[in-house]
Design a protein around this ligand. Structure first.
Ligand code: IMP
Ligand code: MG
Length: 176
């Protein structure tokens, strides 16, 4: 079933079942990689809220969770500017930080965040993102844990939106 928003049609792309399977695999990998550690997850709002909720309820090791919010999108293309809307977490020194994103598109957001974190004397820094769009990356970005690598299509659902619409859809759809 397609969904429409204003004049745009979106086609089914990744089902809730496919996503759930992949998220379970990612959580198992992270549980294994961080066994004996206490990772600190930095969740990028708003888009990552659904992915983070599903992923983190399957993280069985001790962990910390913080939320960050950078706004850089309006409509279907990046506006290029990044504003921080939540205070930065304190005391990240020596921690094993994992950034949690919904999708890495141009890569500006995670690049900016990684730069900010460089001054924090972390022990380790890794990135987890449900989706990556390598063709849209403006610079090489290594995403340690990703669910699906997708073409340069605009997608909605499972936390991702178009102008605030579509975040609640359980499946992921791509713009026709
Ligand atoms: P960036 O271009 O990698 O900085 O992406 C920043 C943010 O834009 C992502 O975290 C998403 O929230 C949002 N975004 C990027 N691509 C899409 C998309 O296809 N659909 C919905 N949101 C997107
Ligand atoms: Mg996001």
């Amino acid at each position: 079933m397609t969904v429409t928003y204003q004049d745009k049609t979106f086609l089914p792309y990744l089902s809730a079942e496919q996503i759930a399977l992949r998220v379970r695999e990612l959580a198992a990998t992270i549980n294994n990689d961080y066994a004996g550690k206490r990772p600190c997850f930095l969740i990028l709002l708003n888009g990552a809220f659904v992915f983070a909720a599903d992923l983190l309820r399957q993280i069985s090791i001790d962990c910390e969770i913080h939320f960050l919010k950078f706004k850089s999108y309006s409509g279907t293309s990046s506006s290029g500017t990044i504003n921080s809307l939540l205070p930065f977490p304190e005391n990240l020194k020596g921690k094993d930080v994992i950034i949690v994103e919904d999708i890495i598109d141009t890569g500006r957001t995670v690049h900016y965040l990684c730069e900010q974190l460089q001054q924090e004397s972390l022990n380790t820094l890794r990135i987890a993102s449900l989706l990556i769009k390598p063709e849209a990356h403006e610079r090489p970005i290594h995403t340690d844990y990703y669910g699906f690598s997708i073409p340069n299509d605009f997608v909605i659902g499972y936390g991702m939106d178009i102008d605030g619409w579509g975040r609640n859809l359980p499946d992921i759809y791509r713009l026709k």
